[in-house]
Design a protein around this ligand. Structure first.
Ligand code: PMP
Length: 453
């Protein structure tokens, strides 16, 4: 290790507090310090190269250090780095809003900016809540969310989330929500089989709505893929059925496309796969191609109109960096690249290749399920395949598999014992093959080939 790396590592351990990180584990080994990046590769301070297998936490789309996005940011920097949207406008924020509305599913026609996914969700919740208040429907104050949901780490987004490891401690701070089953066929909480259940989990949501129709402001869910819970892919038709129940009972539908948006599932937005038209939609992560923090909550005109009026109708919500011109310029450049490079068209065959490459892993004695929607992949590792029995959490199997990939030049990050693959959409066939090969080897090396029963 060079002196410089050693010094940085020491300072990291001395001064930083890393998010979502087991600190004792972190402090036990020197950190990998990323210094630069190019395309689908990250380079550390020792000059070692790693494939960015999770798109730098699900954000990178067109590769790192793209001249087009860099230039858009520096051009904007020569004009103004930041000016507020509270009482003023700026060209990139205005232009991006129009581009997002043109791309967004259904009737979404208004864009409210913020800077993280959690924030975009909070704003959607507040908009849904206040929408009904502004209409005089005072009793509609509840939200319905799914088991295994993840919507971010602020208090409101945690309330609609359902990740017991992360949230149980905070329960006294969180508001109550109605909870419908997760469309998690591998571990169905209703004990049903996907071939015969007739989407019983969606019907359960319908039953909850029927029982609480007058009190519910909105249903919130991650469309098609519950990401942080382990890339849980909903069965076909589930999302559409939920939308139908929302319409039947007159409640708003909030789609959290923070993880699924901007091409991840093979379409620009996951809702498009089933022709679903949300009333509110939260986006973040990939919106700038992974270059700068930006998020947005999109709303229909009907919702927007309910807020037009005097002070009592106003949405009292805003953040200092809302609509930051640099971030909006990066997002515009990313959308230009989608068009110029026909990113989504080229993605189709790569999604097919990825699923062929993953197929042999399904036979592995410690792979319970391989889930894939587009370029979102979750490989669920289990101790006993025949009984779907998980490993004990303290075995840290998912973490160990990911660390085993490091010397192979691949960076990935697990969700519990689900190994996640989410490469940049721009990745080409040779790198895709390398990524899956490294992961398959690592699973073998860590889990072994015995059935473990
Ligand atoms: N919603 C979903 C579906 C997410 O996957 C995430 C982040 N993984 C968030 C919200 C929170 O986004 P952020 O980390 O930008 O706050």
């Amino acid at each position: 290790m060079s002196d410089r790396t050693g010094h940085l590592a020491q300072m990291d351990h001395r001064y930083l507090w890393h998010p979502f990180t087991h600190l004792s584990e972190w402090l036990a080994v020197p950190p990998l310090i990323v210094e630069r990046a190019e395309g689908v590769y990250l380079y550390d301070t020792e000059g070692r190269r790693y494939l960015d297998g999770v798109s730098s936490l699900w954000v990178n789309i067109h590769g790192h250090n793209r001249a087009e996005i860099n230039r858009a940011i520096t051009d904007q920097l020569g004009r103004v780095a930041h000016s507020t949207l509270l009482g003023l406008a700026n060209p990139p924020a205005v232009e991006l809003a129009a581009r997002l509305v043109a791309l967004a599913p259904g009737r979404l026609s208004r864009v409210f900016y913020s800077d993280t996914g959690a924030c975009a969700v909070e704003i959607a919740l507040k908009m849904a809540f206040q929408y009904w208040q502004n209409l005089g429907q005072r009793r509609r104050i509840k939200f319905l969310a799914l088991e295994n949901a993840y919507h971010g780490d602020t208090v409101g987004s945690m309330s609609v989330g359902d990740m017991s490891l992360y949230y149980d401690l905070y329960r006294p701070l969180l508001f109550e929500v109605l909870r419908a089953p997760s469309p998690y066929c591998y571990r169905c909480s209703l004990g049903r089989e996907p071939q015969t259940c007739g989407l019983a989990c969606a019907d359960e949501l319908g039953r909850l709505l029927a029982a609480h129709a007058e009190e519910v402001a909105a249903v919130i869910l991650e469309p098609l893929v519950q990401g942080a819970a382990g890339m849980i892919v909903a069965p076909p038709g589930y999302l559409k059925k939920v939308e139908q129940y929302c319409r039947q009972y007159g409640v708003l539908l909030i789609c959290d496309e923070v993880a699924t948006g901007f091409g991840r599932t093979g379409r620009m937005f996951a809702c498009e796969h089933e022709g679903v038209e949300p009333d509110l939609m939260a986006v973040a992560k990939g919106i700038t191609g992974g270059y700068l923090p930006l998020a947005a909550t999109l709303a229909t005109e009907e919702i927007f109109r309910a807020f037009v009026g005097g002070p009592e109708k106003t949405l009292y919500h805003g953040h200092t960096y809302t609509g930051n011109p640099l971030a909006c310029a990066a997002a515009l450049a990313s959308l230009d690249l989608f068009e110029k490079e026909r990113t989504l068209e080229k993605l189709g065959p790569k999604i097919g290749l990825l699923s062929r490459l993953l197929a042999p892993l399904k036979e592995h004695p410690h792979v319970g399920e391989v889930r894939q929607k587009g370029f979102m992949v979750g490989i669920e590792l289990v101790a006993d395949k025949s009984r779907c029995r998980p490993y004990p959490p303290q075995a840290r199997i998912g973490h160990r598999v990911c660390m085993q990939c490091r010397p192979k030049g691949v960076i990935i990050r697990p969700l519990g014992d689900v190994v996640v693959l989410m490469p940049p959409l721009v990745i080409e066939e040779p790198e895709l093959r390398r990524l899956v090969a490294a992961v398959a080897e690592a699973v073998d090396e860590v889990c072994g080939r015995g059935d473990g029963a």
